[in-house]
Design a binder for this molecule. Structure first.
Ligand SMILES: N[C@@H](CCC(=O)N[C@@H](CS)C(=O)NCC(=O)O)C(=O)O
Length: 207
């Protein structure tokens, strides 16, 4: 089955899907979508104007969560969803919170609409601050049974949490010990680390 993933460097949502595909060792063609294409030619592929988007078996699927769930069903090996109905619910709960409540409001297009006059640097700070505030609430739900986000295995919850934390750092937010520890735990597993699309945060020494 041929897979084409429309993605963009620095796209948090695309990184989630790439990490899942890489972890499951599913071959795919990655197509980089430029900022210019996002608002022009690419709208024929995804009218939402967002990456990622997956072309598979004649279907065009957007929204990272929908894409990952589709990948899970097509390629159930190395499941990333959890081993029981409640683990799957917990994984989806974390991902939904990251996707809808943390990521969406700080999206560039949203800020441009609601706060068009804010200088670029102030926008970055605001985005980082928003993510950090939400991450401090999210922490209370994470790593209860093990150093993984939920349960005792690597799941999509780990992917969504680690990528949004890295986004906060890119926006200039300070390191957070809890999320550093989580990222370090993921990266000590060779398979998980090899699948991570961009390792833009060096491992800090264990404190
Ligand atoms: N809920 C969507 C969010 C997608 C999204 O926000 N994509 C960003 C990159 S991470 C994007 O394409 N932004 C384009 C823009 O802001 O113009 C998903 O999970 O796929």
């Amino acid at each position: 089955m041929e897979l084409k993933l429309y993605s963009a460097v620095g796209s948090n949502s695309s990184e989630r899907v790439e990490w899942a595909l890489n972890y499951k060792s599913i071959p795919y063609q990655r197509i980089e979508v430029s900022n210019k294409a996002l608002v022009s030619s690419y709208l024929h592929i995804n009218p939402f104007g967002y990456v990622p988007c997956l072309a598979v078996a004649g279907h065009m699927i957007s929204e990272s969560m929908a894409i990952i769930e589709c990948i899970e069903e097509l390629f159930p090996q190395q499941s990333l969803l959890g081993n029981s109905v409640f683990q799957r619910a917990a994984a989806r709960e974390i991902c939904e919170y990251v996707n809808s409540s943390i990521h969406a409001p700080q999206n560039r297009t949203v800020l441009k609409t609601f706060n068009p006059d804010l200088p670029e640097q102030a926008k970055r700070e605001l985005r980082g601050q928003w993510i950090s505030e939400c991450l401090s609430k999210l922490k209370q739900k994470l790593c209860k049974d093990s150093p993984f986000a939920i349960g005792e295995d690597f799941t999509i919850a780990d992917i969504f949490v680690a990528t949004i934390y890295k986004k906060a750092l890119q926006h200039g937010s300070p390191d957070n010990d809890f999320y550093d520890e989580h990222l370090r735990w993921l990266r000590q597993d060779n398979r998980i680390q090899a699948a991570e699309p961009s390792i833009d945060k060096p491992l800090s020494p264990v404190k």
